[in-house]
Design a protein around this ligand. Structure first.
Ligand SMILES: [Fe+2]
Ligand SMILES: [Fe+2]
Length: 335
């Protein structure tokens, strides 16, 4: 805190209102960074100011928290936007910091990603993605590649990303699995990884243009017209992103994520040899996430059940990519 000693006296004690503060791991506070937020410690039922807003957090601060075995520091809810900016600005450094337990890094990644994805999938008319959102998403994925390629991070991330039926959660789940599978065979091509990661996160953004009820019902309860509308969501997704300078790979991911190896998919019915391998990875991970999340009015399946179901539809999904997905899930002990 530069020369400012941490405040520890009763003058800075807040009223007992835990609802106004949220906990973060002390590991998340990087020494030598100025956060636009104050930090509090919980002492009994009260919150005590530990570091004021806008001052430098030092090594001494962090060491003291470690010595005191502090599990959480607290930030006021009204400072959440500042904390979020701080997370995004420092994400690469946080994710690469081996001192921070992988679970805490997974939590930080999830916090940063949820806020961004939620914003991108916010239902607005007309549905469009703006350039500012696109630049932030690209930066976040670029910062995440190394972390998402680790087996242990996948296991920890699963705790945070596995549940929830919202579109943005599905997008995050599909992105994590797609980047994991891609990392097993794409080397030294971060541009491709970022482009496909963006496509995976945004693949269903065209659904924002259609009524929600279409996607919460089982396919066999839909009329032909309704099925036609559903089949339009990949093309609508490309339209939502049309004002952005998206790479070709991202657009292909959005447009072709429902294609099948055997040509039975939509919108084009293209067969396997016409589809890039990253589209096949995305199509597979999309189905896996749909099944394990219990989307489209279906029962939520365990990873084992979902993989069995996918194996039974081998004509649609690429055999090699399925083997890679199974290997990754089993190494991360998720099957
Ligand atoms: Fe879709
Ligand atoms: Fe999807």
């Amino acid at each position: 805190m530069g020369n400012t000693a941490p405040a520890e006296n009763g003058n800075n004690t807040m009223k007992k209102k835990s609802s106004g503060l949220f906990p973060v791991s002390p590991y998340m506070v990087i020494p030598s960074r100025v956060g636009g937020f104050a930090l509090y410690l919980k002492q009994g039922e009260e919150f005590v100011l530990y570091a004021e807003r806008g001052v430098l957090f030092t090594d001494e601060h962090r060491e003291r928290l470690t010595k005191l075995d502090v599990k959480h520091v607290y930030i006021k809810a009204e400072d959440y936007a500042f904390y979020n900016t701080y997370l995004h600005d420092n994400l690469l450094e946080l994710l690469d910091d081996e001192i921070i337990p992988v679970r805490e890094r997974a939590r930080a990644w999830n916090d940063a990603t949820v806020s961004l994805a939620k914003d991108a999938f916010d239902k607005k008319l007309p549905a469009t993605m703006d350039k500012r959102q696109f630049i932030r998403i690209r930066k976040l994925i670029n910062s995440s590649l190394r972390f998402l390629a680790r087996e242990d991070s996948l296991r920890e991330l699963a705790r945070f990303i596995a549940d929830g039926s919202e579109l943005y959660r599905h997008g995050i789940g599909v992105m994590v699995m797609t980047i994991s599978v891609l990392s097993s065979y794409v080397k030294d091509d971060s541009d491709l990884m970022v482009a496909v990661g963006m496509g995976a996160l945004l693949h269903d953004i065209g659904k924002l243009e259609l009524p929600d009820h279409l996607f919460s019902r089982r396919g066999d309860s839909l009329s032909m017209d309704e099925q036609g509308l559903i089949r339009s969501h990949p093309a609508l997704g490309v339209g939502v992103c049309s004002s952005l300078p998206l790479p070709q790979e991202t657009l292909q991911c959005i447009l072709f994520h429902h294609e099948c190896n055997d040509g039975t998919g939509y919108p084009s019915g293209a067969q396997g040899d016409m589809l890039p391998s990253y589209v096949k990875v995305l199509s597979l991970c999309n189905e896996y996430d749909n099944l394990t999340r219990g989307l489209h009015g279906r029962k939520k399946l365990t990873p084992f059940e979902a993989l069995t179901r996918i194996k039974n539809r081998r004509g649609c999904f690429d055999k090699e990519m399925l083997a890679r997905l199974i290997a990754i899930l089993s190494k991360a002990k998720l099957t």
